[in-house]
Design a protein around this ligand. Structure first.
Ligand code: MG
Length: 257
């Protein structure tokens, strides 16, 4: 199932998207929340008649740093033994087509295309083999980063935490094997990143085990699984698109704040 959150003339709701999103898909409204077995209200729209929002409301976005060897090489060359984790505040989340706003305080803001995991139930101490049981599905993320501030500060909260620095969407795919998906990022149509999730140093199961040993994960929480090589800057007026095979494409314009 493709789960989305939509704004229509009737308000904001969760929904499922049925049919080909490129050709006449319908949107079916879900009552309350998408966890467990969704209950449908019976209201539907054409996909073109609604606006897609960030597909989930998260209490936190937990991210893995340095999870592809080729990206570690371009960052600092130091491959960590254990997963490196950090948090982006939920106020950084935006949906498809919403502008990424570049703060004046940074002179270098980068895109980072990533596969994102959406948690479906409260959980802690989840073993890797059981991770699928607590996952609602997968979406596409852009871990937007003020690279100059990330390097300057030595820790990453400021450089990763600005409002609009966590585009998510366009929807959550619930039927997906995350182990070998193509991840690509384009800026104004030029391919900048092109890799596969099979090259992660720590796979989705290991990541869920590692994070849930530290903190309770709640329904809707999002895990960003790390970016492959090819990260680079974005500038006012550009359009950045991240595509994950089997999910779809997340596109956002870039604007100066
Ligand atoms: Mg990242």
């Amino acid at each position: 199932m493709r789960l989305a959150r939509i704004a229509s003339a009737d308000g904001v709701a969760f929904a499922s998207i049925e049919g080909d999103p490129g050709d006449g898909a319908r949107v079916r409204e879900i009552a309350e929340h998408p966890f467990g077995t969704p209950r449908f209200t019976g209201r539907t729209w054409a996909l073109d008649d609604v606006r897609l929002l960030a597909p989930i409301l998260a209490t936190k976005v937990v991210c893995i740093g340095k999870n592809y060897a080729a990206h570690v090489k371009e960052f600092d060359g130091q491959i960590p033994e254990d997963p490196v984790i950090f948090i982006k505040p939920n106020t950084s989340i935006i949906g498809p087509q919403a502008p990424i706003r570049l703060p004046r305080s940074s002179s270098r803001v980068d895109f980072e295309g990533e596969l994102a995991v959406v948690i479906g139930q409260p959980c802690r101490d989840v073993k890797a083999q059981r991770a699928a049981d607590v996952i609602l599905g997968y979406t596409v993320a852009n871990d937007v980063t003020a690279r100059d501030q990330q390097r300057h500060d030595g820790q990453w909260t400021r450089g990763k935490g600005y409002d609009t620095f966590c585009p998510l969407g366009p929807w959550i795919e619930t039927e997906l094997d995350p182990r070998d998906l193509r991840v690509t990022t384009e800026v104004d149509g030029a391919v900048k990143q092109d890799s596969r999730t099979s090259l992660m140093l720590h796979d989705v199961g290991a990541i869920v085990e590692w994070i849930s040993a530290v903190m309770t994960l709640l329904p809707g929480d999002v895990i960003l699984t790390g970016t492959p090589e090819g990260v680079g800057p974005i500038a006012d007026g550009q359009l950045v698109s991240v595509t994950v095979e089997g999910i779809g494409t997340l596109t956002n314009p870039v604007q100066d704040r």
